[in-house]
Write a protein of this length. Structure first.
Length: 320
């Protein structure tokens, strides 16, 4: 079953637009001095580890192409790993690799990759091809997430993740991002992944969106994407709320995954989270953000902020 979204429907939902997001929330509540801690994946994970937040293991950081061989050697005993730009955005430049029985490395879509191709990819990453401002970057070789079995029926090849929007320490909206054939196994909506809303109190999926089309089943597996319980949901809310103090940001997104062996892990923090999360939930951000702003005193502990999310934020819906 499909539902086409249009202008009147979006306005009815009270959708927060990009200009309002940038001016009223990102610029107003985020200090520029805190941006580097989030924009650098390596720095973000260092801060997370200090706060006892689990993150994928980092095998090696490549600053120059001369380090390529040592980086390859550092993952020679790994059945799978990921190469990503430190300051990339939108999923660009992320290469997920697995090793076949004969040692051949293949992407999540099954395409084999030669050493020369890998070297070129790392060179492009270091040159800044995928970085936020096109500035010289570094390539991170790290642990590949083995996603929880609950997602096997509703994901295509890649690793699903959960995006949670946090405002003044309070998780206000969340969605599950599911890789598809179109997205080449990546959990990025701009590349064709599916976004699925999550009930903030129950941790269960609600509705899905693919582009501007609302859906109820995965386009590739054809399995229902609604009413799926997200494993370790309370722990994921705890991580998201804790990032408020760790990163000293007022408005941001936290990307998390559920590893089948290691549980919830933080992937990265996004200072400029996209707005499609509203379409996936069929609810606008405006009402939830304004509810937080209207509080004379906000809860100060992580537990109290999560209670606020479940008891005050979660029930808010835009009236039809």
């Amino acid at each position: 079953m499909k539902f086409l979204l249009n202008g009147p429907k979006l306005r009815k939902l009270g959708v927060l637009g990009m200009n309002a997001r940038n001016v009223d929330y990102i610029q107003k509540y985020n200090s520029r001095r805190s941006y580097p801690n989030a924009d650098s994946k390596m720095r973000a994970k260092t801060l997370a580890r200090k706060a006892d937040i689990a993150v994928p293991e980092l095998y090696q950081v490549v600053y120059s192409i001369g380090q390529f061989r040592s980086a390859i050697a550092s993952v020679s005993d790994k059945q799978s790993f990921v190469i990503k730009p430190d300051r990339g955005s939108g999923g660009e430049g992320v290469l997920v690799l697995s090793r076949e029985n004969d040692g051949t490395l293949v992407t999540s879509s099954g395409r084999s990759v030669s050493d020369e191709e890998l070297k070129m990819h790392v060179a492009n990453t270091i040159s800044g091809l995928y970085s936020l401002a096109g500035q010289p970057d570094r390539a991170l070789f790290e642990y590949k997430i083995e996603f929880d079995p609950v997602f096997e029926a509703i994901s295509y090849q890649g690793v699903p993740d959960v995006r949670i929007i946090v405002f003044l320490g309070i998780p206000v909206l969340a969605m599950l991002r599911l890789p598809t054939k179109q997205s080449d196994g990546r959990a990025n909506l701009h590349q064709g992944a599916v976004g699925v809303g999550i009930h903030m109190a129950e941790g269960k999926t609600t509705f899905g969106v693919s582009g501007m089309e609302q859906i109820l089943e995965h386009p590739d597996t054809k399995n229902p994407i609604t009413n799926v319980s997200i494993p370790h949901w309370d722990r994921m809310l705890d991580i998201a709320a804790s990032c408020y103090e760790v990163f000293e940001l007022g408005y941001f997104g936290v990307d998390l995954v559920v590893d089948r062996y290691r549980g919830p892990m933080m992937l990265e923090v996004n200072v400029r989270p996209g707005l499609a999360i509203q379409l996936a939930n069929r609810v606008g951000l405006k009402s939830r953000l304004k509810m937080v702003e209207a509080q004379k005193e906000l809860p100060t502990t992580v537990k109290d902020r999560i209670d606020f999310t479940k008891n005050v934020i979660a029930p808010i819906r835009i009236k039809n």
